[in-house]
Design a protein around this ligand. Structure first.
Ligand code: ADP
Length: 428
């Protein structure tokens, strides 16, 4: 059986979030990091019901985002995908010039379809859409922190007008009275919008029930565009039901370790909890790395003698003041890159020393670690905490490595030990 759903995600952690929702709804899902290169490897069949290709296309120029998305589409169609899901952020993060509109229209054209929906709603995460307006928790998008986002400031909460400014075609609305009335009513509204020449319709959703109704209504559409929320309603179109089997991973033996390069509030708390439990931990000081000291070697020596006794932590996580001091001395971008490179080298050394269960904290840090390990295929397993599943990757020597890639603010305070209490091969 080939793949059913082919997904194109505009960033890495968003791809994992989507794949996690699909697995929870019963589809076996694999995440590919970027479009596989041409050649024998790229043609390997993937044994999954859904494939999510993770791009880095959210903030690049629109033409680049379109090009990467079309390459992903070509790969997914080649692999037999019956429906395409373009996944963006549930706060509709996009630059004023795009990229959600241009990518959606390019995918529509390539698929030869004149209509798709846009539904970023993810009520479980507090993202709801009503009358086309996106709410973050209790406030409109433009009144939320997204207003001041450094790369994708969102100053208009009306998604119909946001999308209209990014597209050439007409944008319409499937409003909540229609969505609440069920799949039949939604389909009738879609027919009406198509007759009016609308290309993309923003769909209201304020609850998971709305997403399930929308999911049923978009059965058979060649393309849907959404946050990760719509994924809870799609798998049942192919008869998938939530099951433990979808989250099963190949087993991984070996040692456990945590590498943390996130400086978020949640990660600071997780590091503190790990330390207060008396667990072994090695702090990476970016200034010592910058001075040319062999911090990677020290970290690996420290970890090497302790790996037999449960998870070891190597971390650069610091409180905001300390991070600012480092940034002031080295420059923010330089410090970030230096730390990412250091932690990626540590992760590789840990795997060389027999670590086969690895938690990585930090979105950018995770990207650097998977690149350093040469990982480009992740099978998605059981969820540890909302949005963070265990994943399995095949190492060059054929061994299986279990990875949990945690973006900064995810996970409870005990995440760094609790993650290892959940056998990755079994769904809870
Ligand atoms: P998050 O998901 O929390 O945003 P990221 O890994 O994406 O985490 O980003 C954190 C950034 O901060 C990375 O570039 C990382 O290298 C950098 N960083 C981590 N620790 C320090 C530190 N002690 N000083 C300065 N920068 C740091």
């Amino acid at each position: 059986m080939g793949i059913r759903l082919g997904c194109i995600a505009d960033d890495f952690t968003g791809a994992t979030d989507l794949a996690n929702n699909l697995v929870r709804a019963g589809m076996r899902a694999v995440q590919l990091i970027d479009v596989p290169a041409e050649g024998a490897d790229g043609r390997q069949p993937v044994d999954a019901d859904a494939v999510v290709i993770a791009l880095k296309s959210r903030t690049v120029p629109a033409a680049e985002a379109v090009e990467a998305s079309l390459r992903a589409l070509a790969w997914l169609r080649d692999a037999g995908a019956e429906q395409i899901y373009f996944k963006y952020c549930s706060t509709f993060d996009s630059t004023p010039a795009g990229n959600i509109g241009p990518v959606s229209e390019a995918l529509m054209e390539a698929l030869g379809t004149g209509f798709t929906i846009a539904t970023p709603a993810f009520p479980d995460n507090g993202r709801t859409v009503f009358k086309g307006h996106l709410f973050v928790g209790d406030v409109l998008l433009a009144d939320s922190g997204m207003r001041n986002h450094p790369l994708t400031p969102m100053t208009d909460s009306n998604l119909v007008s946001v999308l209209d400014a990014q597209t050439e075609g007409e944008v319409g609305l499937i409003d909540h009275t229609v969505v609440a009335a069920g799949a039949e009513a939604i389909r009738a509204r879609v027919d009406e919008l198509r007759r009016e020449g609308v290309g993309i319709a923003v769909a209201d959703a304020v609850s998971n029930d709305d997403l399930v109704r929308l999911g049923a209504a978009v059965r058979g559409l060649p393309l849907v565009t959404a946050g990760s929320g719509l994924a809870i309603g799609l798998p049942r179109n192919w008869g998938f039901e939530p099951s433990r089997a979808a989250a099963r991973l190949p087993p991984a033996g070996g040692h456990a370790a945590v590498v943390s390069g996130s400086v978020s509030v949640a990660t600071n708390r997780q590091v503190q909890q790990f330390l207060s439990g008396g667990r072994p931990a090695f702090a990476v000081d970016p200034l010592r790395v910058a001075a040319g000291e062999d911090v990677v070697g020290e970290a690996l020596e420290f970890a090497g003698t302790r790996l037999g006794d449960g998870p070891v932590l190597v971390y650069s996580t610091e409180a905001p003041d300390a991070v600012r001091t480092v940034q002031g001395r080295l420059g923010a971008a330089e410090a970030g890159e230096l730390v990412e490179r250091t932690l990626a080298a540590v992760a590789r050394g840990l795997v060389e020393r027999g670590v086969r269960r690895l938690v990585v904290a930090g979105g950018e840090t995770s990207g650097a670690v998977v690149r350093e390990l040469g990982v480009n295929v992740l099978r998605i397993g059981p969820q540890i905490d909302p949005g963070v599943p265990w994943c399995a990757a095949a190492l060059a020597d054929g061994d299986t490595l279990h990875l949990a890639l945690k973006s900064g603010n995810f996970g409870g305070p005990g995440f760094f030990t609790a993650a290892f209490d959940l056998p990755a091969t079994e769904a809870p």
